[in-house]
Write a protein that binds this ligand. Structure first.
Ligand SMILES: NC(=O)C1=CN([C@@H]2O[C@H](COP(=O)(O)OP(=O)(O)OC[C@H]3O[C@@H](n4cnc5c(N)ncnc54)[C@H](OP(=O)(O)O)[C@@H]3O)[C@@H](O)[C@H]2O)C=CC1
Ligand SMILES: O=C([O-])CC(=O)C(=O)O
Length: 260
């Protein structure tokens, strides 16, 4: 499978290293990257043997089968429909963009018409299979997420004692923290939707990990999952698990037996 990556940051770098250098996915190669800075394109051409582009059309015509978005919510808004229109499967990690129900619907409709697929990795959380199962009979009552990160990641400054920086719906959370709470939207899409999924975000000066605690209640019973994620050294806002989840989505795409 020939992959194109949109984005030049920590998840993109991780994927290039894992796929093209460490060869962890034997059936996959990253062929092309779409980045904003020419110096990144040049460096990656040399280091990872990829073709670097700044122009979306040239990137899409570079012989790739599938596109991985590893950039920003805005990049999804800008590129996702164009990628699907070119009949490329798409992996989206900046899932927050899909809080926009009209965008979600347009993407869903064009995938149905063209037979193209969009994959949303589980990102920095887990338990989406449980939420999805509970929701399949409509018997999910409540879902809440409490996220705790170092203050610099969340609010760009230090605090002395922990501070609740947000409490509300997933819809409001992603508009205020688009680089920190994409997890709330994938959780919403699996479950009750972004207006009924509640989110609390805490800036914790003691935190060395990005923690996400998910609590769900329904006819199935009760689920509590606590993730204590190591941050990516190159971007502490992002948990290492989020990068691994993209790799996992790509691996699933090459397998014939699906789990979960
Ligand atoms: N679903 C989930 O659970 C999670 C989602 N995420 C999300 O994943 C995304 C990637 O994370 P990460 O790699 O850590 O982020 P980084 O900030 O390390 O990298 C983002 C990269 O995207 C590039 N970029 C921004 N806009 C565009 C564009 N229009 N076209 C091409 N490239 C663009 C930036 O370019 P430049 O260098 O020029 O600024 C930067 O290199 C983020 O949106 C993040 O919020 C992260 C963690 C968990
Ligand atoms: O990586 C994380 O812990 C969560 C994150 O940034 C996001 O969901 O946007």
């Amino acid at each position: 499978m020939k992959i194109g990556i949109i984005g030049g940051g920590s998840i993109a770098t991780f994927l290039l290293q894992s796929i093209n250098v460490d060869r962890v996915l034997p059936h996959c190669t990253v062929e092309s990257v779409l980045v904003r800075r020419p110096e990144v394109a040049e460096e990656w051409e040399n280091r990872y043997g990829v073709n670097g582009y700044q122009d979306l059309n040239a990137f899409m015509d570079s012989g790739i089968d599938l596109v991985v978005e590893a950039a920003t919510v805005q990049a999804v808004q800008e590129y996702a429909e164009k990628v699907i229109a070119k009949r490329k499967d798409l992996v989206i990690i900046s899932v927050g963009a899909l809080v926009d129900q009209e965008l979600y619907q347009r993407l869903n409709d064009s995938c149905r018409q063209s037979g193209t697929r969009i994959m949303l990795p589980s990102g920095a959380i887990g338990g989406l299979d449980v939420i999805h199962s509970a929701m399949s009979s409509g018997q999910l009552e409540s879902v809440s997420l409490t996220t705790r990160k170092p203050p610099l990641s969340l609010i760009g400054r230090e605090v002395e004692i922990e501070e609740v920086v947000f409490e509300g719906t997933a819809t409001e959370a992603i508009s205020k923290f688009p680089k920190n709470i994409n997890v709330a939207i994938v959780l919403s899409l699996a479950g009750l939707g972004s207006d009924k999924t509640t989110v609390k975000i805490v800036a914790d000066p003691q935190a060395t990990k990005n923690t996400h605690c998910i609590e769900a209640v329904g006819a199935f019973g009760r689920m509590t999952i606590q993730l204590e994620n190591d941050p990516m050294p190159s971007n502490p806002k992002t948990s290492y698990l989020a990068a691994l989840s993209v790799l996992s989505s790509l691996k699933k795409k090459t397998e014939y037996i699906s789990i979960g």
